[in-house]
Ligand binder design. Structure first.
Ligand code: IMP
Length: 178
């Protein structure tokens, strides 16, 4: 099977406007005097995260860290265990943390990851996703900040890939199977 790029689902302008709004909301909720650790889940969220933090006020104490994880199991089952390929560089104990993810689909990866991070005793732990496919959810995940809700359609671009391809697109597009 081969894949072809489809129509633009979310334009770069729409993404950029929404990223700015979310950054302002996160900064407002966190308060100026407080520090914030922004944790990106590699690889997809790196694109969103770097735009997001650059829209936050200069006088905020923002630290950026990354994790790389994968759920054990195949596409239909999950063992409930998240395997860490790359862990955070710094402790999050007592810190305000926002986890940034590109897309929440079944919710399994994020919910396992949140359990793992909660055990490290952050002062607060919030979730920010660019895209949410609500109808695909298998487990409840509390999403505090969401860019866009999208229908159950596979999308690429702005960090999202299809077999490793198309992460670099500025717009988010659909994929056509041929
Ligand atoms: P889940 O919420 O545990 O099912 O997994 C979310 C992960 O599935 C994301 O981090 C993406 O890597 C991947 N994913 C789900 N839907 C899409 C999509 O439409 N395009 C690209 N990746 C997707």
């Amino acid at each position: 099977m081969s894949y072809k790029l489809g129509d633009v689902i979310l334009s770069r302008e729409a993404i950029s406007r929404r990223v700015k709004e979310i950054a302002e909301q996160i900064a407002k909720d966190n308060g100026k005097d407080k520090s914030l650790v922004v944790v990106g889940i590699l690889t997809g969220a790196a694109f969103f995260l770097t735009d997001l933090v650059r829209e936050m006020p200069e006088d905020m104490d923002i630290r950026v860290d990354f994790m790389s994880v994968a759920s054990y199991g195949d596409s239909t089952t999950s063992s409930g265990i998240v395997r860490i390929f790359h862990d955070l560089k710094s402790s999050i104990e007592g810190k305000n943390v926002v986890v940034v993810e590109d897309i929440v689909d079944t919710g399994l990866t994020l919910s396992h990851l949140l359990d793992l991070l909660k055990n490290r005793n952050p002062a607060s732990l919030k979730v920010c996703v660019l895209l949410d496919k609500k109808e695909r959810r298998k487990t409840e995940v509390k999403v505090d900040y969401c860019g866009f809700s999208i229908p159950d359609e596979f999308v690429v671009g702005y960090g999202l890939d299809c077999a490793g391809m198309w992460r670099h697109l500025k717009d988010i597009k659909g994929v056509i199977e041929e």
